[in-house]
Design a protein around this ligand. Sequence first.
Ligand code: SF4
Length: 488
Amino acid sequence: MTTSVIDLHAPYKERVADALNNKHLKTALNRSTVRMSAQRISAMGAVDGQTLRNQVRQMKEHVIANLPDLLEQLESNIQANGGQVHWAQDGAEVNRIVLEIARKANVQKVIKSKSMATEEVHLNDALEAAGMQVVETDLGEYIIQLNHEPPSHIVAPVIHRRLEDIAQIMQDKLDMPPTLDPEVMCAVARVKLREEFLKADMGVSGCNFAIAETGTICTVTNEGNGRMTSGMPRVYVVIMGIEKIVPTPEDAFLQYQALCRSATGQNFSVYLSMTSSPRQPGDADGPEEFHVVLLDNGRTDMLEKGYGEALMCIRCGACLNVCPVYREIGGHAYGSTYSGPIGAVISPILHTDVTNSEKLPHASTLCGACREACPVKIDLPRLLLDLRSDQVQAEQGSWFDKVAMQGFVQTMTSRARYENAGKLASVGSNLLAGLTGGNIKFMPPPLTAWTNSRNFPPFAKHSFRELWQERTSRRKEISGERTTPPAP
Ligand code: SF4
């Protein structure tokens, strides 16, 4: 049997504790994040990675500065090509629009290519509640759909499962004979999915980037499911976050390079599907209807609140793979569609229902590994600090934080207070440590939060300044002995 999934709606502390106690999760995360990080380093190292990052950053800065104009340009070009554009303020509006399109076209079965935007607005639930069958066609998404789980990574949705777990799920749900051979497992899924593609009435995908100049929607996949989702059913609907736009085809290929190298360590993905219009006379395939839903859901708030830099994210997942917190707890512990450092930044601002989202900016060591890995050079640690600072300004910080910070400032701005505080801390902590045999195992609230999960080592008995003075005087004594001439 597979191990249970973390409850996304449980309190934050519970989610984290569940994740830390899950050995299979730890194994699965170790196997994948280490490999994916190494592949990214090698792929970015094979080209002038720094120049590529600078170029993508420059392009995305331009996009964020010109977002309204670029979106209007995209809209008019899609319409000129025969497609339809819809604007959605929030998740409820996306679901209403897609349901309306589906009902008008008498849709029974929907196939989907991987899309975090649809996860964000819970589109599957809305379609299923209206009686439609929804089938995920990305292999990872297909497996977690079989097991009724949400994705736990931006590009690797089933990263929280080991190969052994996946094999078990496929045996239980698809009657697959016992095997750990990935090729056999893929072949089983392929046969099942092919039937679904042939029967589907509507295809739904996200959008890796949309080209404003041509009105083209681009999806990047390795399995070809993106192409079959956009090209086979009668109706094709794209759900696109408003930030997923680039000005020109040249910019699209710039972002494409950075995305492939940073996400999966590939020079190029196996497929890049581009849709600019519904089926035209003489086309061999393609949808009769082509709809693009432009989703805000808190993105303009991000701009207004000073977090526009987070909108430059190209959803490569590199920051997740290097994050020491994500590597320990995985994606579900964040309780949000978006996890890892970028998830910790955007989840509290997006209009999504995340339990304890205010805790997420604190789920970081601020080590800076995410900033180093990010192909767009997004300063994630600074954004996390800004969010923390906003919480304090909005008086969301606890009384203890406030008193502690005021005390810290008072102590650090006076040498006498600093030295006295050091002595007090040393005596007090050594007294407590003596009672519990070496390390402090219990402190009264609110410091219990620390000792609940780890010991607190006592302060040194002597300060650095005292040790230094002692050492200097000893040296002086020794050198004085040597330089004293022997008695006659
Ligand atoms: S923040 Fe940067 S590294 Fe993280 S997913 Fe976005 S683009 Fe990738």
